[in-house]
Design a protein around this ligand. Structure first.
Ligand code: ZN
Ligand code: ZN
Length: 311
């Protein structure tokens, strides 16, 4: 009888523990602010106590103009249906990446099996939103009528003075349940460029527009400027001492985002619904998805900080 009650007490303690949030048994690595490229950061990275979900949490505050420096930004839209793939960026459909050449633009009606697609004029030039006005009229959910059937391209210089502020917990807190993210950013690369949730392809395609990414997985919108929807290995990476994939940035909850492939070109096979897993060296962390997946990570495991944009 005594043994049974002891057992019940032990079970009770364990069941309480598994309901605890955050889960303190999961190893977590603190954010390393030295990984960021200092020239891309406005001022210094500061530490600030911020209320997250009602709890005072020590966070790093990182301000950037969300502009890449270690690679060229663009090109996005080719200008003529004879243009080769070097004149355009990439597009994705059903997990596959396609080069946006002039030919690809010309064949969109066949690609999407919808004859309403026609992004080129009778002289074979391609209709591109090549002004800031065009960008503002097209890079939004309700595409203005005159910019339907266009290749949508916004230039980084239109929004280069916007300041994006990332507030990220210094020490991530693993939570037992995952959390979806909204339309805001989901993290930051070491060059200070924002990682975004999936591009809203449904709204884009419904207007017979495409908004190609450049070969580095980024494009520009009026809310924060240049941002990534795909990880293609173009940005600063920090090699690991073992065979694990390099770290390429941080999610907004403070957990590291690592590349897709390890040094043996293998993918992790035990990722959870967010695209993360745990190992002894790094604790919980994410791996970026395939470039064609339109998804860098799928949800958040940690208590998120937030991103704000001064337009
Ligand atoms: Zn986007
Ligand atoms: Zn891993």
């Amino acid at each position: 009888m005594k043994n049974l009650s002891l057992l019940l007490i032990v079970i009770f303690i364990f069941s309480c523990k598994s309901n605890q949030k955050p889960d303190e048994d999961i190893k977590t690595l603190a954010v390393n602010k030295d990984y960021f490229i200092s020239e891309n950061i406005i001022g210094e990275i500061t530490e600030q106590k911020v209320s997250l979900k009602g709890v005072e949490t020590l966070c790093y505050v990182i301000k950037t103009n969300s502009q890449a420096t270690e690679h060229k930004m663009g090109p996005w839209c080719p200008r003529h249906i004879e243009d080769g793939k070097e004149k355009g960026g990439i597009w994705f459909e059903n997990g596959k990446v396609y080069d946006v050449s002039g030919h690809f633009i010309a064949e969109l009606d066949k690609f999407y099996k919808d004859e309403k697609w026609k992004l080129y004029r009778d002289n074979d030039s391609i209709k591109v939103t090549d002004t800031k006005k065009g960008c503002l009229g097209a890079a939004k959910p309700n595409v203005e009528e005159e910019y339907k059937n266009h290749c949508v391209e916004c230039l980084p210089e239109y929004f280069k003075d916007q300041i994006t502020t990332f507030v990220i917990p210094v020490k991530p807190e693993y939570q037992n349940s995952s959390q979806k993210f909204g339309r805001g950013g989901i993290g930051i690369a070491f060059n200070g460029v924002k990682f975004d949730p999936p591009a809203p392809t449904h709204a884009i395609l419904a207007a017979h527009t495409i908004a190609p990414l450049d070969d580095h997985g980024g494009h520009v919108n009026p809310h924060g400027g240049y941002h990534y929807h795909a990880v293609t290995g173009s940005t600063k990476e920090i090699e690991q001492t073992d065979t694990h994939a390099p770290i390429i940035g941080y999610a907004i909850d403070g957990f590291g985002i690592y590349g897709l492939l390890d040094k043996d070109k293998k993918e992790a096979t035990d990722l959870d619904e967010c695209g993360g897993h745990i190992d002894s060296a790094r604790g919980y962390h994410y791996h970026a998805g395939e470039p064609g997946s339109n998804q860098i990570i799928k949800c958040l495991r940690g208590k998120p900080g937030y991103i704000s944009i001064e337009e």
